[in-house]
Ligand binder design. Structure first.
Ligand code: CA
Length: 236
């Protein structure tokens, strides 16, 4: 079964070029030209990943990101002509998984999509990236299943994480009690060379803490190591 992408883009030329390219890569593709069309498509189709332009005629992409996150953990890659750091960070804070600045190389987009959907890579020279095998990490009572991409808490509760959040938690839990630098973690969640790396990881860490820690401000599992990075603490 091909993954089903939803391209949300009001520029018809960009939309059709992107759709043709992603179809050529073997994806099933649907398109929407506005926020309204996007929400209508999400109500009727099973979508695996959204490529979301921030500048749309009806709604701002950031508002849409928040609306999508309020009801689902579906992966979102924001595509924007805005070069401002603030917009990119805002998109991540609201729950986007990655972003790309226009103009971009479509091959780059394909790599990001592969990375987020956790699909086995078939060449292309991709360096890092938490490409999880179908394996299960068990650490500190947590069960992190790289095949099902599911997370179960020590209390047996299923935790819903977005793709980027999942990749980050998996990278940490794979190396319990070891300090991992922000650069290392960045490789695990994104291939984004122009990412505001420190902030991106900090934003994601805070998103994951809110979901897995009883007291996100006093974390027990994901510990900040001042000046170095983060570690996943495995209690004995
Ligand atoms: Ca646009």
């Amino acid at each position: 079964m091909a993954y089903h992408l939803l391209i949300v883009e009001d520029d018809e030329l960009v939309q059709s070029l992107l759709a043709a390219y992603m179809k050529g890569e073997g994806y099933k593709v649907s398109c929407a030209g506005s926020g309204k069309e996007m929400l209508a498509t999400l109500n009727t189709e099973k979508i695996d990943l959204i490529l979301l332009d921030l500048g749309l005629p009806d709604e701002d992409g950031l508002t849409l990101t928040r609306q999508i996150r309020a009801r689902s953990s579906i992966p979102i890659i924001v595509i924007t002509a805005r070069r401002g750091r603030e917009d990119r960070l805002a998109a991540l804070e609201l729950g986007a998984d990655d972003y790309l600045t226009k103009p971009f190389d479509p091959e780059e987009l394909v790599l990001r999509v592969h990375n987020i959907l956790g699909r086995a890579k078939d060449g292309g020279g991709d360096g890092g990236g938490a490409r999880l095998e179908a394996n299960v990490i068990e650490s500190g009572g947590w069960k992190i299943d790289g095949g099902a991409r599911s997370v179960t808490s020590p209390g047996g509760q299923d935790i819903i994480l977005t793709a980027a959040e999942f990749n980050l938690l998996a990278a940490l839990a794979k190396a319990p009690n070891r300090v991992l630098s922000r650069d290392y973690l960045l490789d695990a969640v994104s291939r984004n060379d122009d990412a505001p790396s420190d902030r991106l990881i900090d934003v994601l860490i805070s998103r994951v803490r809110k979901k897995i820690e009883d007291e996100p401000k006093k974390p027990k599992f994901i510990i900040t190591v001042a000046g170095s990075g983060y570690k996943f603490s495995e209690p004995n």
